[in-house]
Design a protein around this ligand. Structure first.
Ligand SMILES: [Zn+2]
Ligand SMILES: [Zn+2]
Length: 306
């Protein structure tokens, strides 16, 4: 077992009981104390099963990312020693890496086939945070960590920052926490911001890709504030309506395969079914998120005076 495995194992070992305790406390608060949220044992069960199995599936395939990270270490530009400042710098840069990965995950169907698992619940609670895919090392976006190692950060520190970021994100997944202090909402990703990200209303699509810092969305024009007047509809544009973990984990890959290997399409079409945004189709018969937003905007423009 290598040092990075130990780091990941330790973070998981410490955080898992805390996560399960939070799910229990949130459930009790919603059930008995009127906290905002919803209860669905089966949905929570599926999320927890996907969370636990994803640790093993991603652990077994982590060599893909780890191999690349340790291989590029020999080409490092600098050697950055571990200090409180360098750790913080690495965390912030890795958070930007997460933003880029997450944005690609929503805009490229191959990566979306992995990430849609996380969005497949129609609820929003701590358990949903655990609803993770089994295929994260196959998307290619984990290689976005390579520039950090090339710059001079140790692969172990880069992996630690990624694990810490994922741990922090767990606490975003709840309806029971409203908006926080405006300064916190301005700088950090919060439950309010991430609720929007899990929304399937047209105005909520492709927004708030942040991991820990919301500044990236504000900088790159993808920030949408939660509208208290319009309840967020959680889930996918087209929900799966299944509690079968295998189906949730692989259904989009199956759909991608059907599209890529379908009849009467050019090589370019097949490539676009793999790489274009979800909802793209060679005959224009489906709606991408951009189409859905455009149609919604048109309906809003038409609405006044009617
Ligand atoms: Zn997402
Ligand atoms: Zn989430």
């Amino acid at each position: 077992m290598t040092l990075d495995h130990l780091v990941a194992a330790k973070v998981t070992l410490i955080s898992t009981p805390i996560f399960l305790l939070c799910i229990l406390i949130e459930t009790l608060l919603v059930r008995y104390f009127g906290a905002k949220g919803s209860l669905h044992t089966k949905d929570d069960g599926v999320s927890i099963i996907l969370g636990v199995t994803s640790i093993f599936a991603n652990g077994a395939t982590a060599f893909i990312t780890l191999g690349a990270l340790f291989w590029v270490q020999q080409y490092q530009l600098f050697h950055i020693p571990l200090t409180a400042f360098s750790l913080m710098a690495c965390f912030v840069l890795d958070d930007l890496r997460f933003y880029i990965h997450h944005r690609i995950a929503h805009r490229c169907r191959w990566v979306w086939a992995m990430h849609m698992v996380h969005h497949s619940s129609q609820r929003y609670c701590f358990a949903v945070a655990l609803r993770q895919a089994w295929t994260k090392h196959f998307t290619g976006t984990m290689f976005l960590t390579l520039p950090l190692v090339l710059l001079g950060f140790s692969p172990v520190i880069v992996l630690f920052c990624g694990a810490l970021n994922a741990t922090i994100q767990f606490f975003l997944h709840t309806e029971s926490i409203g908006k926080l202090h405006p300064w916190i909402e301005a700088v950090f990703n919060t439950p309010s911001h991430h609720r929007v990200h899990h929304g399937s209303n047209p105005e909520d699509l492709d927004a708030n890709y942040a991991g820990t810092l919301i500044i990236w969305d504000r900088m790159f024009g993808t920030f949408v504030a939660e509208d208290d007047a319009v309840p967020v509809r959680f889930g996918l544009v087209k929900n799966l309506d299944t509690f079968n973990p295998m189906k949730i984990a692989f259904i989009e890959y199956w759909q991608v395969a059907l599209d890529v290997f379908g009849k009467n399409r050019s090589l370019k079409d097949r490539l676009l079914y793999l790489l274009a945004p979800p909802g793209w189709s060679h005959d224009g018969s489906r709606l991408s998120s951009a189409d859905i937003k455009r149609v919604h905007q048109q309906s809003l423009n038409l609405a006044p005076g009617e």
